[in-house]
Design a protein around this ligand. Structure first.
Ligand SMILES: [Ca+2]
Length: 109
């Protein structure tokens, strides 16, 4: 009995993890579609504080915070944050994306 309960809990935990990972993968696909010349930035660290965030470590950086959540259809509005300088390093988010630097990391400009 006890082991089956643990199995169920493990399955729920795994499901939660994969849902979060899939959400991030979808965000990366949308980013690559929005900026086809900057596909190298279609990775976790563009929006998240950690390069490979695990469950519970999904903290976003300044760019991810500005971008916010996707709309009801699951789409992110990248255009609304293009003119901002989210990480306050003097370079707009769009210019950083064009240059291939991280719009959420002030050390990258
Ligand atoms: Ca930057």
């Amino acid at each position: 009995m006890k082991s089956s309960r643990i199995t169920v809990l493990a399955a729920i935990a795994a499901l939660g993890l994969s849902t979060a990972a899939l959400a991030t993968m979808d965000a990366q696909k949308q980013f690559a579609a929005a900026y086809p010349d900057s596909k190298a930035l279609a990775k976790c660290s563009t929006c998240h504080a950690k390069a490979m965030p695990k469950k519970g470590e999904a903290d976003v950086n300044a760019y991810g915070k500005a971008l916010g959540k996707p709309d009801a259809a699951g789409k992110y509005d990248f255009a609304k944050v293009e003119k901002m300088d989210s990480d306050a390093d003097g370079v707009s988010n769009l210019d950083e994306i064009k240059k291939g630097t991280n719009p959420g990391d002030p050390a990258s400009k």
